[in-house]
Design a protein around this ligand. Structure first.
Ligand SMILES: *Cc1c(COP(=O)(O)O)cnc(C)c1O
Length: 360
């Protein structure tokens, strides 16, 4: 068996311990005589799995009691419509456009009400986070929306926008559980888990209780109402049970690593190795404004598309996979989520140094 270092932006690496545990429990989950995949979602065993997963996530993020944790389906993209359908009571929402995912969310919201783009970094290919300290927030805005970590471009909000008292909604798909967060600063935090937590098919929504109401846009389907899932403890219908089970294992793994403070320290150490190399390199160039650099997604280029392609190919041969940048931007991108060990980043930097020596 040869596991590679997988730098994919998502689905991405999972901790090897988690995969091993899941493999050991595949045929017979703890004496149940069946796999979690084969189990009723109404069974005692699954009730424990989802209950423990929620509690461990609450412990990790210190989620206050007045927030619900929902395990839903439809990916992060489903939330692009679910958010306006449920939250646009005045029919107005302000969006900060820092990349493709924020833009898609904004475009979706335009179908449901007056969505306004109040800031954007599209003028420089989303390579920075705009100043959000004094934006023209609409007095009627139901919420202000951000994509906190921009997976494709490698930028991250280091300070949250000044929403002027309006509810903050954040897509944290690619920075979920990478560092501590103050949940009370948000109305909604959500993310697809396939970036930094678990297998594709689960999206986690952490939502303040007062935002969960009957009063949703006309025509909102039952399945797209937060209230449906909040009232049913994420068991209104069959949930993505196996995915939730793996997420639960990752939460426990994160606790064993020392929680989110420890992950932040580890992630900073990992990212520094790569950014320090890029800052010194004569061949490779990081594409993001320094103060806005993500700890999770690190895009870089050589400035020569052919050389970029050669790098990606040779890196793969060396066991460093999925370093090709997003199809919309080209170049390279190394995604170094929680489960990427420091040895993986060291191997990448060693390889980049060698490639630089051969190709400069
Ligand atoms: C990947 C990603 C999405 C889309 O996720 P899906 O689960 O495929 O819908 C949305 N937002 C961000 C920040 C992402 O990284």
């Amino acid at each position: 068996m040869a596991r590679v270092y997988n730098f994919s932006a998502g689905p991405a690496m999972l901790p090897e311990e988690v995969l091993r545990e899941a493999a050991a429990e595949m045929l017979d989950y703890r004496g149940c005589g069946m796999s979690v995949m084969e189990m009723s979602h109404r069974s005692k065993a699954f009730e424990t799995i989802i209950g423990d997963a929620e509690q461990d996530l609450r412990d990790l993020m210190q989620i206050p009691d007045n927030y619900k944790v929902l395990f839903l389906q439809g990916g992060a993209s489903q939330q692009f419509s679910m958010i306006p359908m449920n939250l646009m009571k005045n029919g107005v929402a302000d969006y900060i456009i820092t990349g493709q995912w924020a833009k898609k969310a904004y475009q979706e919201a335009c179908m449901y009400g007056k969505a306004r783009a109040v800031a954007s970094s599209e003028d420089q290919t989303f390579s920075y986070i705009p100043d959000c300290s004094d934006l023209p927030i609409d007095a009627d805005a139901d919420y202000v929306y951000i994509c906190e970590n921009n997976t494709i471009y490698g930028t991250k909000f280091k300070t949250l926008p000044n929403t002027k008292g309006k509810t903050l909604v954040a897509d944290v798909s690619s920075c979920f559980l990478s560092e501590p967060v103050d949940v009370t600063k948000y109305g909604v935090i959500y993310g697809g888990v396939q970036k930094n937590i678990g297998p594709a098919g689960v999206v986690i929504v952490i939502i303040r209780e007062d935002l969960i109401t009957q009063d949703v846009l006309p025509g909102t389907p039952t399945m797209l109402r937060y209230k449906t899932h909040a009232d049913a403890g994420s068991l209104y219908n069959t949930p993505p049970a196996y995915g939730i089970y793996i997420c639960g294992k990752v939460f426990r793994w994160l606790k064993a690593q020392g929680g989110l403070e420890a992950m932040k320290e580890y992630n900073e150490k990992k990212a520094k190795i790569l950014y320090d190399f890029l800052d010194k390199s004569k061949l490779f160039l990081g594409t993001v404004r320094r103060q806005d650099r993500s700890l999770m997604n690190v895009p870089f280029v050589t400035g020569n598309a052919q050389l970029d392609a050669k790098f990606v190919k040779e890196a793969k041969e060396a066991g460093l996979e999925n370093l090709k940048g997003h199809r919309s931007v080209g170049g390279m991108r190394a995604s170094i989520y929680n489960a990427m060990p420091i040895a993986g980043v060291e191997a990448l930097v060693d390889f980049m140094g060698k490639f630089e020596g051969e190709n400069l």
